[in-house]
Design a protein around this ligand. Structure first.
Ligand code: NAP
Length: 307
């Protein structure tokens, strides 16, 4: 019989490491299973300028290394294993990773979300070199520049509007005629003189070598190809929460985000969730870290109440 942890954290972004830090400091026996992308989405960005405490910003990878070390300092055990299955039907909960079965009295799901991508080679090559999926994080770097926002939902409207604070011109590019976004958001974008809307356009290629220099667009109705010179491309075509593993174990909403019942608790008592896998709205490192803290406190109190 393997040992039973007090808490297993699945996922190692700001939410996961913060949860581990708090739980370890509360003297719980904690294991973090890091999964497919240790450090989470911050490891794909460059400088993080909006995480409090770093006047000049901090490299995303470095920030995550520091969070990991801080959690480890208080005794968190960390394994670089991908979770392949969970069983929350009985206690202790069972988690399969790296060919092993782990057992725990509580679990925090902090598996994050991935921005949906266009699926073209150039977006990977130019990621963080002018291609971003977070205007709040990276908009500041485009002061005085020309950018495009891809998408026709509320995020695209919000990001296009936000980016006009910095950019001289913002193209909102959508693949069809109709928008998914709410009328009020569309009206705000239409009223903004810095935004030009391009409809029925798909991206053939993001051009540039060291950084983004433009877009090659295809008109979906005429097939015409056009070039659009610009400095930055913001993807706002949705996010995909990394919750596939849990769909038969806990309740998810229609978009796949983890539903929370009491505070950070999921539909299964003793299983908690934090970070972007629960959050389609804020998606910031600092809000994720905050929710990791909340989940750890909830897990600790729930454990105490069981004893
Ligand atoms: P969304 O509503 O799913 O919209 C995604 C947009 O991206 C759609 O216009 C979609 O086009 C387009 N798209 C998807 N895949 C694409 C691809 N491969 N290539 C090109 N375009 C693609 O996502 P969201 O805007 O992130 O919003 C998610 C949820 O958060 C929504 O419920 C939204 O209301 C909410 N939200 C609310 C606020 C707010 O109230 N302030 C702000 C942001 C988000 P099609 O329409 O053609 O499918």
């Amino acid at each position: 019989m393997s040992e039973v942890y007090d808490l297993i954290v699945i996922g190692a972004g700001p939410a996961g490491y913060t949860a581990a830090l708090y739980a370890s400091r509360a003297d719980l026996k904690v294991l973090v299973l890091e999964g497919w992308q240790p450090g989470g989405q911050l490891t794909t960005t460059t400088v993080v300028e909006n995480y409090p405490g770093f006047e000049r910003g901090i490299d995303g990878n470095q920030l995550m290394r520091e969070m990991k070390k801080q959690a480890a300092r208080f005794g968190t055990e960390i394994k670089s294993q991908n979770v392949t299955g969970v069983d929350f039907s009985g206690r202790p909960f069972k988690i399969h990773a790296g060919g092993e079965e782990y057992q725990s009295k509580t679990v925090i799901i902090a598996t994050g979300a991935k921005p949906r991508k266009l699926g073209i080679e150039s977006e990977e090559r130019l990621w963080s070199k002018g291609v971003s999926a977070c205007a709040t994080c990276d908009g500041f770097f485009f002061r005085g520049k020309v950018v495009a926002v891809m998408g026709g939902g509320d995020s695209a409207m919000e990001e296009a509007h936000f980016l006009t604070k910095f950019a001289t011109k913002v193209y909102l590019i959508h693949r069809r005629e109709g928008f998914r976004a709410s009328p009020i958001m569309i009206d705000r974008v239409k009223a903004n003189e810095k935004i030009e809307i391009l409809l029925n356009k798909t991206v053939e290629e993001i051009t540039g070598e060291a950084h983004v220099t433009g877009l090659r667009l295809k008109d979906t109705q005429t097939g015409e190809i056009s070039e659009l010179p610009l400095d930055g491309v913001f993807l706002a075509i949705g996010h995909i929460p990394a919750t596939e593993l849990f769909k038969n174990q806990i309740e998810l909403d229609a978009m796949g985000y983890v539903l929370q019942t009491e505070y950070t608790m999921t539909s299964v008592a003793g299983v908690f969730a934090a970070g972007d896998c629960t959050d389609s709205r804020y998606r910031q490192a600092v809000t994720s870290a905050g929710s990791g803290c909340r989940a750890a406190i909830d897990a600790e109190r729930w454990l105490e109440a069981q004893e």
